[in-house]
Design a protein around this ligand. Structure first.
Ligand code: PEP
Ligand code: MN
Length: 339
């Protein structure tokens, strides 16, 4: 942290700033300018008290943080690019993965047809929600535990890793046997007790960005999981709330680029929830690959027109396969290989 003192701070005020810095566990390095003096506080911010308290002193103008607030996931931490292992897949580090499958589990037949369709089209993981966090309480809320039974049966038959959203800590034990990657959705992206409880399972977590979260809030949410002792976090940009109405959300590829640059975590993109309409999903998918994504999560439904949730944005297995085939050259140009 840098403590910028008010203009013309007196010698005794500078000495007071230095002693305060020392008493909080840091070493002060003072730079005296013609008008202003700044005190650089050197020390480990994760081990020492916060210096923000110094702003109460009348001689302090402002305090500028130097270290990132997310420390464990930061590239600054010096850790190598992190790989998240799920079953026999290594996510990140140049491997490109695709998650496909329906928004929600609606019946065994629907899950089977949609999941198999996604696998045939090139998905490595199959998604399907048993618990759906819907905006309206009158909309389909998911099949709950019956959906989990379907997911377990599908997983056993297909032999592929499963991604499914968790909305409540109370569902962890029921979901553990059939879920390989816990998805934390946009509505729970800042639910810290849920993040910590799911982190405690040690399983991989696909962490969507909150629809109104800043990039820093999103990354700090990931930091909660890693701080809890679980480094298996996959970030997922899924579009944010803006004034735009032509798309359901605005896909923020800048956030993808920043997250790739700032952290060691693999970053996926969800073009389905960003677009909210199937026609532009392939374009967003290509853009995401080009901008450095490590993977995609895309909704695939055997009969999108019959889907009980997100019908406008689900792709048929045929359209999904076409998309996967179309993005292959982009993956190569981006320097990654399709797992
Ligand atoms: C979903 O993946 O079906 C979902 C609800 O996503 P999000 O949390 O991004 O809206
Ligand atoms: Mn959905």
């Amino acid at each position: 942290m840098i403590i910028v003192l008010k203009k013309n701070a007196t010698a005794s005020e500078i000495a007071s700033a230095e002693s305060n810095v020392r008493s909080l566990g840091y070493e002060p390095h003072t730079i005296r300018g013609a008008v202003r003096t700044i005190v650089a506080a050197v020390g480990d911010e994760s081990a020492n008290a916060s210096l923000e308290a110094l702003s109460v002193h009348p001689f302090v103008d402002r305090i500028i943080p130097i270290q990132k607030r997310y420390k464990l996931i930061s590239r600054e931490s010096g850790a190598n690019p992190l790989v998240v292992n799920v079953c026999d897949h290594q996510i990140g580090n140049g491997n490109f993965h695709i998650i496909g499958g329906p928004c929600a589990i609606e019946s065994y037949e629907q899950m089977k047809a949609s999941g198999d369709g996604a696998l045939a089209g090139g998905a490595h993981f199959v998604r399907g929600g048993a618990f759906k966090p819907r905006t309206s309480p009158y909309d389909f809320q998911g099949m709950g535990s019956e959906g989990l039974d379907i997911l377990a049966r599908f997983r056993k038959e297909a032999g592929c890793p499963i991604v499914s959203e968790i909305v409540s800590e109370g569902d962890i034990d029921a979901m553990l046997p059939m879920v390989d990657v816990f998805q934390i959705g946009t509505r729970n992206a800042l639910n810290y007790s849920l993040l910590q409880a799911v982190a405690d399972t040690g399983k991989a977590i696909l962490l969507k960005r909150g629809m109104s979260s800043t990039i820093e809030e999103w990354l700090l949410a990931a930091e909660y999981i890693v701080k809890q002792g679980n480094p298996n976090v996959i970030l997922c940009e899924r579009g944010i709330r803006t004034f735009e109405t032509a798309t359901r959300n605005t896909l923020d590829l800048g956030a993808l680029a920043v997250a790739k640059q700032e952290t060691n975590l693999p970053v996926f993109v969800d073009p389905s929830h960003a677009a909210g309409r199937r026609d532009i999903i392939p374009a967003l998918a290509k853009a995401a690959v080009a901008a450095g994504a490590d993977g995609l999560i895309i909704e695939v439904h055997q009969h999108p027109e019959q889907a009980l949730s997100d019908s406008a944005q689900q792709l048929t297995p045929e359209d999904f396969k076409e998309l996967v085939d179309d993005i292959r050259p982009f993956i190569k140009v981006a320097g990654k290989s399709l797992a």
